[in-house]
Design a protein around this ligand. Structure first.
Ligand SMILES: O=C(O)CCC(=O)C(=O)O
Length: 270
């Protein structure tokens, strides 16, 4: 396997792999690379939902989305299609499904059909975003939790029940021990026990801080590209600049645990 970095902050291309010949040894190696680079691009052949699920299972239990329907016969696999810019679900910075109590650790996305140009996906390193804050801001944020809601998504899908969860604003990565900012414009509603207007100024600051250009990479898809990322320390953004051109990706989310913060203040009373 050859590993080449894709940007100064995060991301790597892992090439020389046969996606149809997936072994546990390869899986271990990829997981180790993923913990270092946070986003891995693996060029390969177009796989069907069953083959993608086999790969996904190596990264943790396959998750079924609480709001978005799955591909028939393949729980856990979601098809992302171009229904026009006005109806896109993912053209905003987010980490996946943060409105669940145990959001998925990883997401796997494979390009099946790509537009002639455009339709890139952007990723931003939330560990570095946290590290670059001042000591005072780090300490203040480490004491906060925020409410995340799937309300917007639920409304688009015609559902009236909106899943919600409370998570630390600074998330401790259970495998690397690194801290990352864990708020996103798509799903975070406000800080615990604060009103939306009280929360908004600091949240707006953090949303912009977290996705400054030097923290990002941009992936231009080719058919068969498989991208896996770590939602515990990465946000992503699906850019819709390809008009009505066909774009089809398959997505699986895997693993997950209750996010933990570093401060005792964040512990639930026993
Ligand atoms: O369509 C893409 O490029 C990304 C999809 C996405 O944002 C998601 O599945 O959460």
């Amino acid at each position: 396997m050859q590993i080449e970095r894709l940007g100064g902050s995060l991301g790597a291309r892992a090439s020389g792999l046969d996606l149809r010949n997936w072994t546990t040894e390869l899986e271990r190696e990829l997981r180790a690379q993923l913990l270092v680079h946070k986003v891995l691009l693996i060029p390969g052949a177009i796989l069907d939902p069953e083959q993608l699920l086999r790969i996904a299972q190596g990264f943790g239990r396959v998750r079924v989305h609480p709001v978005v329907p799955h591909v028939e016969g393949h729980p856990g696999v979601i098809e992302i299609r171009n229904f026009g810019k006005a109806r896109t679900l993912n053209e905003h910075w987010h980490s996946d499904v943060t409105f669940e109590p145990e959001p998925p650790d990883f997401t796997l996305l494979q390009a099946q059909v790509v537009p002639a140009c455009g339709g890139d996906t952007l990723f931003a390193n939330q560990t570095q975003a946290f590290e670059e804050l001042s000591v005072g801001m780090k300490a203040a944020l480490s004491r906060l939790r925020a409410v995340h809601s799937g309300g917007g998504l639920a409304r688009i899908m015609g559902q009236d029940q909106a899943p919600e969860a409370l998570h630390p604003v600074v998330r401790l990565h259970p495998e690397t021990g690194e801290k990352a900012l864990y708020v996103c414009r798509a799903f975070t509603q406000g800080f615990e026990e604060m009103t939306a207007p009280e929360s908004a100024p600091l949240l707006e600051y953090l949303y912009s801080w977290a996705v400054r250009p030097h923290l990002t990479i941009r992936i231009t898809w080719r058919p068969g590209d498989l991208v896996i990322w770590d939602n515990r320390c990465v946000q992503h953004y699906a850019l819709h600049d390809h008009g009505d051109e066909e774009r089809v990706l398959l997505r699986v989310t895997m693993g997950g645990e209750r996010p933990i913060g570093e401060s005792k203040v964040l512990e639930e009373p026993s």
